[in-house]
Design a protein around this ligand. Structure first.
Ligand SMILES: [Zn+2]
Length: 473
């Protein structure tokens, strides 16, 4: 009871607004804080490693979940793993179901590996769902759509959604026939009724890896899987997320299916579409060949994470190496201040009037800034200003702890602190303590030499107000 009151009070302060693709405007997010927000992100097709452009989408959808949790909401967030797909099946070493599972499990693990390296923490095996575990439900949804006359079978037994039944779909673009037949659906039946009809079930006579208990043996259209998982695991969907390239076809088709079967249930009150990551002037894409995978990046992954969080979630943005380098100093300073406070490397002035005693708040300001359309760019600028302010001041223990507390809260949201860089082993700690003793004895020649020694392994800074060090990277 008390907790609910606190959450309500908190939400009175944090009023989140963001661009809702469904209404095509900046909307205030309205949700009862006592019930979880049902959220869904369209996941990867596991036929290959994901690239940084894909990862930007997953990083951002994870951040949205984290932010909502931070401001007091409960979330129920799931994602699909597309492990049935023509691209996958054409790459299998053997045309068997076992081979499919082996192949896709490998790339699913790689995906989980990549997202964890990038500090994405709200995706675990618990909330990702494979299509292969849901094939009966998918077939059933196709059958339901036929039964309710929203879909029809062609002469070969494939099933299409009847696009004349589409009403009031926010992502439907009139006369957009070109390219409507997505790459995943290149073999179309001859007797489809309308060029905008999209495939729900593809009959495959030349394959051994096929599904279908009641339908003619074949495989699934891509657009059905997310609808099925949402219906089965969430019921009502509050926030739907995915890459902006999915909007006009995949998401349009999802809404058509879901809202046909449940006309009184809006499929996603809020839709968040994440912009592309361009590299070398083009959208990062396997077909163009300008992809960067996480392994190709020579920078610290938490620095890359911080960099991607300075970018707009919604617009197409460029990946530029030099921009990452510009951010490196701020990234280092954040770690330096953290270690200084955590390890008590700061100094307190004998005369209390020289010790800092002003405002230490940053966390609430950051939450407030982000509430304006996920403005992480300005929020991170606020953090950088804050870190700079406390790098060179005398601190009492009380203030140092308060500031550290703020940094921990901020990091719980951004997750940009690389703990590996903070580690200081026993040997180094002893060395530092020894140096501090010599400094008190004013043996500066010796302490200078020791500083140079430390600088071989660490980024090390020494001020009157204290010192700090982190591992070189
Ligand atoms: Zn989807």
């Amino acid at each position: 009871m008390l907790l609910n009151k606190m959450i309500e009070a908190k939400n009175e302060i944090i009023q989140l607004k963001f661009y809702n693709s469904r209404t095509k405007q900046l909307d205030l997010f309205v949700h009862n804080p006592n019930t979880p927000i049902n959220m869904y992100t369209c996941g990867p097709t596991v036929y290959d490693r994901v690239h940084l452009g894909n990862l930007k989408t997953f990083l951002w959808s994870d951040f949205v979940v984290q932010y909502l949790n931070t401001i007091g909401y409960k979330t129920n967030h799931i994602m699909n793993i597309t492990d049935i797909d023509d691209k996958i099946i054409s790459r299998l070493p053997e045309q068997t179901y076992e081979s499919l599972i082996q192949y896709t499990s490998y790339y699913t693990e790689k995906f989980l590996d990549d997202i964890s390296k990038l500090g994405i923490k709200n995706y675990t095996k618990k909330n990702i769902h494979k299509v292969t575990d849901n094939t009966d439900s998918m077939e059933q949804m196709v059958l339901n759509l036929i039964e309710k006359d929203f879909a029809y079978e062609t002469s070969d037994g494939s099933v299409y959604f009847d696009s004349t039944k589409i009403i009031d779909n926010p992502f439907y673009v009139q006369n957009d026939i070109e390219g409507y037949e997505s790459g995943r659906d290149i073999i179309r039946s001859n007797d489809i009724r309308n060029p905008r009809d999209f495939v729900l079930w593809k009959v495959k006579t030349d394959r051994t890896v096929v599904w279908g208990k009641k339908l003619t043996k074949g495989t699934f259209g891509w657009d059905t899987e997310c609808c099925v998982l949402c219906d089965k695991l969430l019921g009502k969907v509050n926030i739907k997320m995915g890459g902006s390239d999915l909007k006009s076809k995949h998401h349009c088709n999802e809404i058509s299916q879901a809202e046909s079967l449940h006309p009184n249930r809006i499929y996603g009150d809020y839709w968040i579409h994440f912009g592309f990551l361009n590299f070398g002037g083009d959208k990062m894409s396997k077909s163009i060949g300008n992809v960067l995978r996480l392994d190709d990046i020579k920078y610290n992954y938490y620095l890359v994470r911080m960099y991607l969080l300075t970018k707009s979630y919604k617009n197409d943005v460029d990946y530029v190496d030099d921009e990452i380098l510009l951010l490196k100093k701020d990234f280092i300073n954040f770690h330096m201040l953290y270690n200084k406070l955590f390890n008590k490397f700061y100094r307190t002035h004998k005369n209390d009037k020289f010790n800092y005693s002003g405002d230490i708040i940053v966390y609430n300001n950051i939450l407030e800034i982000i509430s304006d359309n996920f403005n992480t760019f300005d929020a991170l600028k606020e953090l950088v200003k804050y870190v700079d302010k406390f790098m060179k001041v005398y601190l009492t223990e009380e203030y140092a702890n308060k500031i550290l507390d703020e940094l921990n809260k901020v990091n719980n949201l951004f997750n940009i602190l690389d703990e590996n860089l903070l580690e200081i082993n026993k040997e180094t700690t002893d060395f530092i303590n020894q140096r501090e003793e010599l400094r008190k004895l004013k043996q500066f020649e010796k302490t200078d030499l020791m500083r140079e020694e430390l600088k071989k392994t660490f980024i090390f800074e020494d001020e009157n107000t204290g010192f700090s060090l982190i591992k070189k990277f």
